[in-house]
Design a protein around this ligand. Structure first.
Ligand SMILES: Cc1cc2nc3c(=O)[nH]c(=O)nc-3n(C[C@H](O)[C@H](O)[C@H](O)COP(=O)(O)OP(=O)(O)OC[C@H]3O[C@@H](n4cnc5c(N)ncnc54)[C@H](O)[C@@H]3O)c2cc1C
Length: 556
């Protein structure tokens, strides 16, 4: 924990030096002693300390200073750090001014200059003041703070990014907590900059205005640029399949890089509880699984670039070259595509406009707490919707699962259906599909088309989470790899048609099991045509593919 500050201000350099020296010798082990020679400079410093979320235990000011006297400074300082103890340094002639200041300006004590010996005239009184301060002191949060508003898509993107990358942060809602004295002081310290939300405040005092994940990534030490430009194995996508390939590849001696555009964990990282993954009888959250896998991969020396997007691939002889969104390139011998699938978009008026402001695709782990006491709508009837509903039910007053069909039985696993039945605040709304969403700055109402009555029902709502299936985004590979009609990548035996190998295939062997129509370019997990869309199968494919990569590399 950063030490609380003792701040003294005096325009006389000799007095300032003396008071700093005496404070430091007695309190330096537990407090940070700072001296400034102008009240204006001291007020600026207090604002900086406020932005860093530091604590100030004492303000000690000389009474006679040009422009602003000690009492005026202490009154101003009190608005920034109201809990700090306030004391004046006065000459004998100013005693009566100091006494009236005690009453008028809430000053806790005044010291006479000179205060020699400090053991008699300074320390006993300061000990008392600091004991008092400690008794009511609550340690402040010491990490990253995000100041934003609940309905802002940019604020949502920032919180989601930090949560999915396991970066601890404190969320401060500038609207909902506008009357909170702490928030008021923070906004005052930010001054005119306070409108540039979301603002990310770092413990070192720096801040990012209108911040976006890529800027924050640099600050929190996430790596987005490769250390070198050549690898044995490059993996695009950091879901279970990509992470498994990274762990197996690196543990078997391959120099491995993994490129992930959002946060390692992929879809699984959004799951609130995975109950069917072998070895975890009580289930585990996707976030936990991702965090463990990342640590494991890093232990074996995998380089993880995140957030970083792969946007093109070209082949130059034995080299596969991946183009990244920031314009840089990485070349490798073997390339693995593990880009999974992304949520299908719901086509209805209002959805695109309110996305991130009450309308969300997938998980919503970031939003779950904000939905406390509210009614939450979950759209979709598959396992992902069921898991999300179970998670929201812990916080929301009621969760409504809207499904197009008559029930969940054909789309959801029985264990989840059973859990939902036993959860009294989850309600299934069959035959319901979203016709339109309404709201100016955020979601306020949803119109559902009820196919059994053929009527539109309009209900008040503040949060809607959409889980209506997913599709691969593989257009960036379209010129190179063979895909099916939905964009899933063909591999191994799927590429052999009427006994013939793929067009332009020049090798004397068939493509390996998880290899695409380009030798040395593999596809694993959900992005692969015919894959079983499960965590375990993604992990299995990612691990197995490494064996084929060894075989491929042995002949490059
Ligand atoms: C909410 C939810 C709950 C689920 N629950 C379960 C469960 O309980 N049990 C179970 O077995 N399965 C579950 N699944 C399914 C399971 O999560 C997936 O089958 C699995 O995550 C697929 O892994 P993957 O690595 O193939 O792809 P994904 O997990 O989709 O990961 C792909 C990754 O690639 C990244 N990416 C995509 N394009 C690029 C690019 N161009 N550049 C860089 N990176 C890119 C993405 O950001 C993503 O992180 C669930 C899925 C969801 C959404």
């Amino acid at each position: 924990m950063a030490k609380p500050v003792l701040l003294s201000v005096d325009d006389d350099p000799d007095v300032l030096r003396a008071i700093e020296r005496d404070l430091r010798s007695k309190y330096g082990a537990d407090y940070r002693v700072i001296g400034t020679d102008t009240p204006e400079g001291a007020l600026n410093l207090l604002k900086q300390l406020q932005l860093r979320n530091d604590s100030v235990a004492l303000l000690l000011a000389d009474q006679r200073m040009p422009h602003m006297d000690g009492v005026a400074f202490l009154q101003e300082g009190m608005h920034i750090f109201p809990e700090a103890k306030r004391a004046l340094l006065t000459a004998y002639a100013d005693t009566s001014a100091a006494i009236s200041a005690i009453n008028e300006a809430n000053i806790n004590y005044f010291f006479m200059k000179p205060w020699d010996p400090p053991s008699e005239h300074l320390y006993p009184q300061l000990d008392d003041l600091l004991d008092d301060w400690r008794a009511s002191f609550k340690p402040k949060f010491e990490g990253i703070r995000v100041l934003g508003t609940r309905w802002s898509p940019q604020s949502y993107a920032m919180r989601d990014f930090l949560a999915r990358n396991h970066v601890p942060y404190q969320w401060i809602d500038a609207e909902l907590s506008a009357n909170d004295p702490e928030t008021k002081r923070l906004l005052a310290a930010l001054g005119p900059e306070a409108v540039n939300l979301p603002i990310v405040l770092f413990p070192d005092g720096t801040k990012l205005l209108e911040s976006v994940p890529a800027d924050v990534a640099q600050k929190v030490g996430l790596r987005t640029r490769a250390q070198t430009n050549f690898y044995d194995l490059a993996i695009v996508g950091g879901g279970p399949a990509g992470l498994a390939a990274a762990v197996y590849g690196a543990s078997e001696g391959l120099k491995t890089v993994m490129i992930e555009q959002e946060a390692p964990g992929g879809q699984a990282g959004m799951s609130s509880r995975i109950e069917n993954y072998l070895g975890f009888p009580t289930g585990l959250s996707g976030g936990d699984l991702a965090r463990r896998a990342v640590v494991q991969a890093q232990r074996f020396g995998v380089e993880i670039l995140s957030p970083q997007e792969a946007c093109g691939v070209r082949i130059e002889g034995p080299y596969r070259i991946v183009k990244l969104a920031d314009g840089s390139e990485i070349s490798c011998h073997a390339l693995m595509i593990a880009t999974g699938v992304q949520w299908r978009r719901l086509e209805a008026p209002g959805i695109a406009r309110l996305q991130g402001a009450g309308v969300y695709y997938g998980g919503g782990a970031t939003e779950a707490l904000s939905c406390k006491g509210e009614i939450v709508y979950v759209v979709g009837g598959a396992n992902s919707a069921g898991q999300a509903a179970m998670n929201f039910a812990k916080y929301a007053e009621r969760v409504v699962i809207a499904v197009r069909g008559a029930s969940l039985s054909s789309t959801m696993s029985q264990y989840l259906i059973d859990q939902i039945k036993e959860t009294p605040n989850i309600q299934i709304w069959p035959h319901a599909s979203v016709a339109e969403v309404h709201g100016d700055t955020h979601l306020e109402e949803i119109s559902f088309l009820c196919s059994d009555t053929n009527r539109i029902e309009r209900v008040p709502a503040s949060s809607m989470f959409i889980f209506i299936g997913a599709l691969p985004r593989t257009d960036w590979l379209a010129d190179l790899v063979e895909r099916d009609d939905y964009g899933f990548i063909l591999t191994g035996p799927d590429l052999i048609r009427e006994g013939k190998r793929p067009k332009d295939w020049a090798l004397e062997r068939d493509p390996y099991l998880l290899e695409t129509n380009i030798p040395g370019l593999f596809a694993v997990g959900d992005v692969r045509h015919g894959s079983v869309k499960r965590v375990a199968s993604g992990v299995g494919e990612g691990s197995v593919a490494v064996q084929f990569i060894h075989q491929y590399l042995s002949k490059v």
